[in-house]
Ligand binder design. Structure first.
Ligand code: HGY
Ligand code: MN
Ligand code: MN
Length: 420
């Protein structure tokens, strides 16, 4: 096991930056609320750009709201090795989700610059825009912008205050008319690596600070709209109601049964948001809208469960004389990490005296999108009790430092011409 004082990276600097970044959008003692494309994220970007420049990178904000730092290589024309993550958070998020990947990447480059190392290939550190997807109900926006995976509806998606993504991009200093200029030409990205907290309990269970990711489950995001008929809570007999909330509740229970039907499966399903109208206790609800988040590393199984869900919703709607509309917000295929990058991570971690387990990621990451255009790998860092998307999220300074060290060594290898 590596002794943290044998590190090449600067542990003190890394953790100082982590603590300072956590102040932007601080929520209570340990949480953050740093919405994508918000003024607070803009301030945080300015601070991260400062650290990128101090690390020897040039910086730019692209028109998809990505902050990109570039460490020039000996061969500036060579396809770039990319790393990074995101600093936008959940509304009641933790201070390590995403930020660990961005700041460990900055620290790795800073260490390279301090040691006078110029990699063969250029390396870019990206703080991606809107990874979380909660503000506009569609995530991984910045990485989809870089890889040419944006859909037609992106700019007119609205947040809860009716602000469009287009307006939010403009307020952030981007030019939405030019978002296609963010696309990297085919073949211009050599490979991608992302460090992220595990957001699960495995590494703690096996008492290892770091893990090697083998693949990332693919998310399916749907919005289910159920319509009935508003009526008087006191006078409409139960068998004559078109109660949208009673129907939606049965659909949600059906969804949970569908996802749990095979105990051996890795499918997970969540209803995270539900809106009821008119929202008065003595009016039978006439409209309900709820969100579906279903994921699996097995795409066919996820899609089979989706068909079962659609059929259940249709049957329940018919039973209650309701209508149901299911809108697809996001559908991303699962993907497996590249063998050569997993091998680089494994051999570097062995040199550090680690025995990093291999593991699948149930959480999605920008790496999932980057896999559509380049080889990719991920390093996981242990987090306390596997807690994430919660102000109690925590990763130790030692584990983060060891993670940054492994990222530094892995990047050095990936950026060599002979790497792959
Ligand atoms: O939802 C996710 O998997 C990621 O944390 N945004
Ligand atoms: Mn994340
Ligand atoms: Mn997250």
């Amino acid at each position: 096991m590596v002794i943290t004082n044998e590190l090449t990276i600067n542990k003190k600097r890394l953790n100082r930056n982590m603590e300072q970044l956590a102040e932007f959008g601080k929520l209570g003692d340990t949480g953050v609320c740093r919405p994508t494309l918000s003024a607070i994220e803009k301030q945080a970007f300015a601070k991260v750009a400062e650290w990128m420049e101090a690390a020897g990178m040039t910086t730019r904000l692209d028109n998809c709201g990505n902050l990109i730092g570039r460490k020039e290589g000996k061969d500036p024309e060579a396809p770039v090795v990319m790393t990074g993550s995101h600093i936008d958070s959940q509304p009641n998020g933790g201070r390590f989700d995403g930020t660990s990947g961005v700041l460990c990447s900055v620290e790795a480059i800073h260490t390279m610059s301090e040691k006078g190392i110029i990699p063969d290939r250029p390396i870019e550190v990206v703080s991606f825009c809107d990874e979380e997807g909660w503000r506009f109900n569609k995530g991984l926006f910045g990485s989809r912008g870089i890889t040419g995976n944006l859909d037609a509806d992106e700019l007119n998606r609205k947040d809860k205050d009716g602000i469009t993504r287009e307006q939010a991009l403009r307020d952030f200093g981007c030019d939405p008319e030019k978002i296609t200029e963010s696309v990297y030409p085919p073949g211009s990205i050599h490979s991608y690596i992302e460090l992220h907290i595990e957001q699960g309990p495995l590494l703690e269970k096996v008492n290892q600070p770091l893990g090697i990711v083998t693949g990332i489950a693919g998310p399916l995001w749907l919005t289910v709209k159920v319509k009935g008929f508003a009526g008087h809570a006191g006078t409409v007999p139960m068998d004559m109601r078109q109660d949208a909330l009673a129907g939606a509740s049965e659909m949600i229970i059906a969804f949970n049964e569908i996802v749990k039907q095979d105990p051996a499966s890795t499918t997970v399903g969540t209803v995270g948001d539900l809106k009821v109208s008119p929202g008065s206790r003595n009016v039978i609800p006439d409209e309900v809208e709820f969100t579906i988040d279903m994921r699996d590393i097995d795409k066919d199984r996820r899609n089979m469960y989706e068909q079962q869900l659609r059929e259940s919703c249709r049957n329940i709607a018919e039973k209650h004389s309701l209508t149901v509309e299911i809108i697809e917000d996001q559908r991303t295929d699962p993907s497996y990490c590249s063998s050569w990058i997993k091998e680089v991570i494994r051999s570097e971690s062995m040199d550090m005296g680690l025995d990093a387990p291999k593991m699948m990621s149930g959480a999605f990451h920008d790496a999932l999108i980057m896999s559509s255009v380049s080889d990719y790998g991920m390093i996981f860092v242990r987090c306390k009790d596997g807690i994430s998307h919660n102000p109690e999220e925590y990763a130790s300074q030692d584990d983060l430092a060891v993670g940054a060290e492994l990222l530094y060594r892995t990047l050095l290898k990936m950026a060599q011409h002979e790497a792959h």
